[in-house]
Design a protein around this ligand. Structure first.
Ligand code: COA
Length: 695
């Protein structure tokens, strides 16, 4: 099943076959000077073994690297599918125009000096040309493109990258060059590497969706610094694992500091929400991202039960800790374990998972144990550990494991961690080349298995059905009236009314203009909270405008007078319209809000309420629109979720919290911010006790 969040079809995107499977490539800026980028790219294309036609374009030279050159793209007397452009920025637009006229399907513009240097106009020009001719434009400001199945290396990076199942999409070109070198050293095979630079046209979404249908790509790894259009990104459809490495902070935008929700809407958290919503796995470091990418190419991991085979007790314990930390559980089936593994180990070995073959275990013992284990359905993944000893040969062990894995048809996920020196490193490289992810640390192995298990959970999770209904007409009228009066926020009773109209449960309440009216209306509401109503007072507690737990009329009268006195002292110019009387609601304090993110537009926040929302910053977000399933997940994303489920006390009512999170989305686009804090949630339901709506 498709992960939720990408139900809507986006606009038609450009076909990228010309980029990845060109029959011919023009290299514009191909120089005979080996110090020039254009020379190195041409060399990579030629020496990388690209089987199609290659046409160097150079205004002056006759031949480069033994190939006849052409003075321009237009002068090439054959069709050109793909053009790589590495000439000064001022000449790029004209060259692209020529490419368009020639019917080139895709261009990769290596050249820098466009939007990243403030030259936005010129970049728009390139995009307009690409659109006019239906050409896909990668860049500008990029390293280039590698696509292993076509043996196409149109970059000025390393040449000897191995092919494999990972497609790497990088916003940074320099980093991509560095990582290409690292990938070569670590035997990390890649099917594609695309440096997208300024993303004038082709972006992450285009590539992820293209690779969905590419049999050579098993995992897409994206290095992202920021997005141009978050809402478009939210339409990305994914059918294969996507690992996101998003770094840096994006601009927070000019959000109203007056609202708690806004001040907490750190945009990186919103990115986090976006990735979750789309079903992408977010890694923290390059190492993690590449480790996960290796593991995600393994067969599916339908559960979280792990079997560990080791030659050392210590490393077994370490691995157990790391597995537990990663939410993986060790298979516990003493009888089966004893029966299966006793025959392949000395009497002093342990058949308790981790299976300890002991330090003398050589390749034959590992192979036997592995063979017995890998055919079983009692667990979901196998973790092979090894500590280097002088009497055993790590490479032989790795070869044995790999052989048995192939013989068993690579039935289930297998990863390895090998701790030792140079010999172990060689064994690790060998395993990685054979498609058995192997690491120097047990933590990396456990984290990779966790990623694989997560992907299975994501790909089989229930589909969300976003609700896109609008606010009812009466709610719109209240908002528009307040706007007409020049107010920047709704009064409390208006906010309550608007929320109620949208379907947010609110506690019984009344508005009173003076004490007499308050006495009359309070009768049906005790115990109640009384709150000042004034357009000038947003932070009512600070102004002395809140009294809670009022139980009867005498208490009401006493607190009313005290409140009027304090408020008039603290905010002398405030125009007092009256008081709101709200029945006290019981339950756990939560908070929900709606605000606008500069990249993603309207977002909904959920967290614990009251002072905790600010002190703990334990809040999570979702991008609007989303439905009930995603609202449930949003609630489950906060760290203190077990408090909601009755940790040593009363429990919150999740269905009514879900209802609130869905209902406030109706206000997206109509108001600037909604901040409901607190919501009181108990077995009786969830009620918006206090709310602010900023226009
Ligand atoms: N048509 C055909 N050939 C052209 C041409 C055109 N319109 N314009 C220039 N050329 C030729 C030049 O004559 C030169 O060949 P030569 O060495 O035989 O004289 C070659 O193309 C390259 O042009 P040149 O002017 O020497 O540019 P350059 O190679 O010094 O720099 C870039 C070009 C694109 C590399 C440079 O402008 C640039 O942007 N560098 C940064 C790239 C980068 O870092 N990208 C991001 C990576 S992360």
């Amino acid at each position: 099943m498709m992960p939720s969040g990408k139900t809507a079809e986006g606009p038609r995107r450009k076909n990228l076959d010309g980029l990845f499977k060109p029959r011919s490539v023009a290299m514009v800026g191909a120089s005979a000077d080996p110090h020039k980028i254009g020379h190195q790219i041409l060399r990579n294309i030629v020496e990388g073994g690209f089987a199609g036609e290659v046409y160097p374009v150079n205004a002056c030279a006759e031949a480069v690297l033994g190939l006849k050159t052409f003075p321009s793209v237009a002068a090439i007397p054959h069709p050109v599918d793909f053009a790589v452009i590495s000439i000064p920025a001022t000449a790029v637009a004209a060259c692209m125009e020529e490419c368009g006229q020639k019917g080139v399907q895709a261009v990769a513009v290596i050249t820098s000096g466009f939007a990243e240097a403030g030259n936005i106009e010129e970049e728009h020009k390139l995009k307009a040309i690409a659109d006019r001719y239906g050409m896909a434009l990668v860049g500008p400001n990029i390293l280039g493109v590698v696509y292993s199945p076509s043996r196409l290396n149109a970059t000025f990076g390393p040449r000897d990258m191995a092919s494999g199942g990972t497609a790497f999409v990088s916003q940074s070109g320099a980093l991509a060059i560095g990582l290409m070198g690292w990938a070569v050293m670590e035997k990390m095979g890649m099917s594609a590497l695309v440096s997208i630079g300024n993303k004038a046209d082709v972006d992450e979404r285009d590539l992820i969706e293209y690779f969905n249908h590419d049999e050579h790509v098993k995992v897409t790894l994206v290095y992202m610094e920021g997005l141009k259009n978050g809402r478009d990104f939210m339409q990305t459809r994914i059918s294969k694992p996507v690992v996101m490495l998003k770094v840096g902070r994006t601009q927070r935008g000019a959000r109203a500091a007056a609202s708690h929700t806004g001040s907490l809407a750190g945009s990186d958290q919103v990115f986090d929400a976006a990735f979750r919503q789309l079903g992408m796995l977010r890694a923290d470091t390059f190492r993690e991202a590449f480790n996960w990418a290796r593991a995600l190419a393994l067969p599916p991991m339908p559960g979280r039960k792990v079997l560990i085979i080791t030659n050392g007790g210590g490393i077994g314990v370490r691995a157990t800790d790391e597995c537990e930390k990663a939410g993986l559980h060790l298979l516990d089936d003493p009888e089966w374990l004893e029966e299966t593994f006793r025959p392949v180990m000395p009497s002093y070995g342990s058949t308790k998972n981790p299976i300890d073959l002991t330090g003398g275990a050589a390749a034959d013992k590992y192979s036997q144990a592995f063979k017995s284990a890998v055919i079983s359905d009692k667990f979901d993944a196998l973790l092979v550990l090894y500590c280097e000893t002088v009497i055993t040969d790590p490479l032989a062990i790795a070869q044995g494991v790999s052989r048995e894995y192939e013989a068993a048809g690579r039935r289930k996920p297998v990863v390895a961690a090998m701790v030792g020196g140079e010999r172990s490193r060689q064994a690790i490289h060998f395993l990685n080349q054979q498609g058995v992810p192997a690491f120097t640390s047990v933590a990396d192995a456990a984290s990779s298995l966790n990623a694989l298990a997560q992907w299975h959970e994501i790909s089989s999770r229930e589909k969300d059905d976003p609700e896109c209904s609008q606010a009812p007409r009466e709610a719109v009228r209240i908002v528009e009236q307040a706007r007409k009066e020049g107010r920047s926020a709704l009064l409390e009773h208006e906010a309550r009314q608007v929320l109620e109209l949208c379907g947010v449960p609110v506690p019984p309440a009344a508005f009173a203009r003076d004490l007499d009216e308050a006495k009359l209306k309070a009768a049906a509401l005790y115990p109640l909270a009384m709150k000042i109503a004034s357009p000038q007072i947003i932070h009512k507690s600070d102004a002395g405008g809140v009294a809670v737990n009022i139980r009867d009329e005498s208490e009401l009268a006493e607190k009313y007078s005290a409140m009027m006195k304090t408020v008039s002292e603290r905010v002398p110019d405030a125009q007092i319209e009256g008081v709101n009387l709200v029945q006290m609601a019981e339950g756990i304090e939560c908070a929900a809000g709606l605000s606008s993110d500069p990249q993603f537009g309207p977002v909904v926040m959920f967290g614990l309420g009251g002072v905790l929302v600010e002190a703990l910053k334990d809040v999570a977000f979702r991008i609007v629109p989303f439905g009930r399933v995603e609202a449930e997940r949003l609630i489950g994303d906060i760290k203190a979720r077990n408090i909601l489920d009755g940790f040593r006390g009363a429990r919150a009512d999740r269905p009514s919290l879900v209802q609130i999170l869905c209902a406030i989305q109706k206000l997206a686009g109509l108001v600037k911010e909604v901040d409901i804090n607190p919501i009181r949630s108990s077995e009786k339901g969830s009620f918006a006790v206090d709310a602010r709506i900023i226009l």
